[in-house]
Design a protein around this ligand. Structure first.
Ligand code: ATP
Ligand code: ATP
Ligand code: MG
Ligand code: MG
Ligand code: MG
Ligand code: MG
Ligand code: MG
Length: 268
């Protein structure tokens, strides 16, 4: 645009550049999904189609933004890990988070219409997502971040599964179920599920218990070679040689260390 005497107003704009050489995690979360899930009559505790809409939206975002190396999601949230040397939008925070939230919201609406066509979206209640960016200075912080989200998924799922069984099969009111669960430990909830409803929590679908992980994996990465000589130089050399990447979906445990040690390139 040509210069004009009005252009000085641009100097009022502010940027926040995310610290270089740090891991960036961007988390999106659905706005008011407690009500959204009531409005569209989600199956409780887990509406499988709604989870698939989340997963397809995240996978599509990963396809369009090559800097995303990993994504983890459950319920109405998804976390995206960007490559440490990511220069997308020159690491401008507002550009990054507004792009993630609007792209994820757009994808969600597209996949909702595709996978949930019997429930047309109502203009009064459209799905939208907020986003935040967090920078982590070292690998351990990033690993602990994803462990934190997966533990949260497990705790919420165990609670929600017990709560909704008490309400739907146990004919309790939501208030009664809530009161019954106050102060209970995980072992108490497992016991309620087993004794009152014949449900073995361990047998529930992995996607509900562990959430969903997408990884941009080097499918030809010679992990045994790296383990012989686990140095940064070696890792960079092996990454350069491995060319084939593929986005793969998992519902596995990322709390065990082997998840990370088998894929050293995730944190490079
Ligand atoms: P960025 O992602 O940096 O914003 P951009 O390609 O969107 O990149 P803008 O400066 O925002 O760049 O320019 C938007 C461009 O979109 C316009 O220059 C024009 O070419 C096109 N465009 C937008 N709206 C219309 C429209 N209604 N009709 C025709 N062209 C349009
Ligand atoms: P906020 O706008 O602050 O995020 P929220 O109502 O979205 O408010 P969250 O803590 O994000 O609050 O919780 C999302 C809620 O959406 C869950 O607690 C659950 O009730 C519901 N929900 C999300 N996904 C599903 C699903 N696949 N099946 C059933 N319920 C779901
Ligand atoms: Mg423009
Ligand atoms: Mg929230
Ligand atoms: Mg939410
Ligand atoms: Mg949430
Ligand atoms: Mg533009």
């Amino acid at each position: 645009m040509a210069n004009s005497r009005f252009e000085y107003v641009r100097t009022f704009e502010r940027e926040n550049i995310l610290l270089p050489q740090t891991h960036i995690v961007i988390r999106v979360d659905g706005r008011g999904f407690h009500k959204f899930s009531d409005f569209y009559e989600f199956e409780k505790p887990n509406d499988e189609i709604a989870l698939n809409v989340m997963n397809e939206s995240a996978k599509q975002l990963m396809k369009t933004i090559p800097d995303i190396i990993m994504a983890y999601g459950d319920s109405d949230e998804y976390s995206f890990l960007l490559r440490k040397d990511c220069q997308l939008f020159d690491r401008r925070e507002f550009k990054l988070i507004t792009t993630f939230s609007s792209s994820f919201s757009a994808n969600y609406q597209y996949y909702w219409n595709k996978l949930n066509s019997s429930k047309p979206l109502n203009i009064e209640r459209l799905p939208t997502f907020d986003a935040r960016a967090i920078v982590y200075p070292n690998d351990l912080n990033v690993i602990d971040y994803f462990k934190w989200r997966q533990v949260d998924c497990h705790i919420n799922n165990l609670y929600n599964t017990t709560f909704w069984n008490l309400v739907i099969k146990g004919n309790m009111t939501t208030k009664e179920a809530e009161n019954k669960l106050i102060g209970t430990l995980s072992s108490d909830k497992n016991e309620i599920l087993f004794k009152e409803f014949g449900i073995n929590y361990n047998d529930l679908p992995e996607m509900y218990k562990k959430g969903t992980i997408f990884l941009r994996e080097y499918i030809d990465f010679p992990i045994s070679k790296y383990k012989e000589q686990p140095t940064n130089e070696c890792l960079i050399r092996l990454i350069k040689r491995s060319k084939k990447t593929e986005i793969k979906q998992y519902h596995c445990d990322l709390i065990k260390d082997s998840f990370w040690s088998d894929r050293p390139y995730l944190l490079q």
